[in-house]
Design a protein around this ligand. Structure first.
Ligand code: GTP
Length: 373
């Protein structure tokens, strides 16, 4: 059943729901930026106490600042949403690689720390990168790392320089498989969690649909019909539009069961719901109220139109060729129609429509009768 949305009062401002994905990305970026901030503080302290070149530190810090301002702009304006990798993990990795490369090239004293920082960056982004992307990033890092021993070999400067550089290189490369493994485990866990969440959501929506439907006919069941009835009442009170309530009962249904069997009776019930749905287009509810009794709620429909619609449905059911269900099956119905008033309670409305149906049965069945007080 569909209801008109509640009107937004004039002058009220519509505020769209915030883009949660964008906010999440921005938060993640700011968290990572804090790490770079800490790195820069460390560098500045190093320069201040005189263990590092102030110029080199200034260059690294300036690069960090510029790169993060550019990244912030991209995240803030949601430009990353159009990127192939909307989380910006690759861009982040690239910035990290440049920072580490700058540190290694300009501040040799800081090389060990810089490499560990790069490990942290990869570990931070590993879950969001594909295996290929991590492999490429790691390969780039290995190449970068290899420059140091190569440099020490080509331009020897001290007794143990080459050995130290080689040791550094081997230690760093040894970390890589572990990092890739961690990335893979985290990513698999995330994917598993996402799949489980999707399966749970699907199961929940199926369960909800099942709990609202009649198992035999697929019509709205009685429990859900009560809920929809209350919604229809609220709708009528808000809009002051007419609401017609109809109760339809198959005439002599017991005889269909007795002559043709219960299975045929079941198929007649299913066929009736199908035909009712076809002939009652619009925002109407067809609910199985009990055995062979159906409640029909017709929103925004005055009683004369509802009576007309019920007569059409009755004729359609009567004239329908039921031979495909079982030869010789005839179906006719009695219907009570009640024009719901905005101040009616649920039980009042149900009692009145039931009285109208009773009158239809009393008057000889096979007819539509409107409730009269
Ligand atoms: N096949 C089938 N029959 C059902 C189902 N639920 C109720 N019935 C049958 O519906 C019949 C209702 O019989 P009655 O209440 O005597 O009504 P009727 O024969 O339609 O007579 P009137 O309503 O007075 O015209 C009973 O035989 C029930 O067994 C169902 O789910 N499937």
């Amino acid at each position: 059943m569909t209801f008109a949305p509640t009107d937004i009062p004039a002058g009220a401002r519509y505020s769209p729901a915030p883009d949660m994905a964008r906010l999440r990305r921005l938060r993640r970026f700011l968290f990572a930026a804090l790490g770079y901030g800490a790195l820069c503080v460390l560098l500045v302290i190093g320069a201040w106490v005189g263990t590092m070149s102030g110029r080199a530190v200034a260059i690294v810090c300036a690069f960090c600042l510029m790169a993060h301002l550019a990244l912030y702009a991209a995240f803030y304006t949601n430009a990353t949403a159009h990127w192939k990798e909307p989380t910006g993990a690759l861009a982040h990795l690239f910035v990290g690689f440049c920072v580490v490369a700058l540190c290694c090239a300009l501040i040799p004293e800081f090389r060990g720390v810089a490499l560990q920082v790069f490990f942290l960056i990869i570990a931070y982004d590993a879950a969001r990168l594909s295996r290929l992307q991590i492999a490429v990033a790691s390969g780039l890092m290995v190449c970068g790392l290899a420059l140091s021993p190569l440099n020490a070999w080509l331009f020897p400067s001290g007794e143990h320089a080459l050995q130290d550089e080689l040791l550094n290189f081997v230690m760093a490369v040894a970390y890589l498989p572990a990092l890739m493994g961690i990335g893979h485990v985290v990513r698999s866990a995330q994917q598993r969690q996402r799949r489980q969440k999707e399966a749970l959501e699907t199961a929940l929506s199926q369960l909800q649909a099942l709990s609202e439907r009649d198992v035999l006919t697929g019509a709205t069941n009685r429990r859900q019909a009560m809920v929809l009835f209350e919604h229809a009442q609220t709708h009528q009170r808000q809009t002051r539009q007419p609401l017609s309530v109809c109760l339809l009962d198959i005439d002599f249904f017991k005889q269909i069961n007795d002559h043709h069997g219960h299975a045929v009776g079941d198929r007649v019930l299913r066929g009736l719901v199908e035909l009712a749905r076809e002939s009652l287009a619009g925002a109407h509810t067809v609910a199985r109220w009990g055995g062979e009794e159906f409640l029909i709620l017709m929103l925004d429909t005055p009683v004369p139109a509802a009576v007309q619609a019920m007569n059409r449905l009755r004729e359609r059911l009567r004239d329908h060729d039921w031979a495909s269900v079982a030869p010789g099956v005839q179906v006719d119905v009695s219907v009570g129609v009640y024009g719901h008033r905005p101040d009616d309670t649920l039980s009042q409305a149900l009692e009145r429509v039931d009285q109208a149906l009773y009158a239809a049965k009393q008057q000889g069945r096979g007819r539509v009768v409107q409730y009269r007080a």
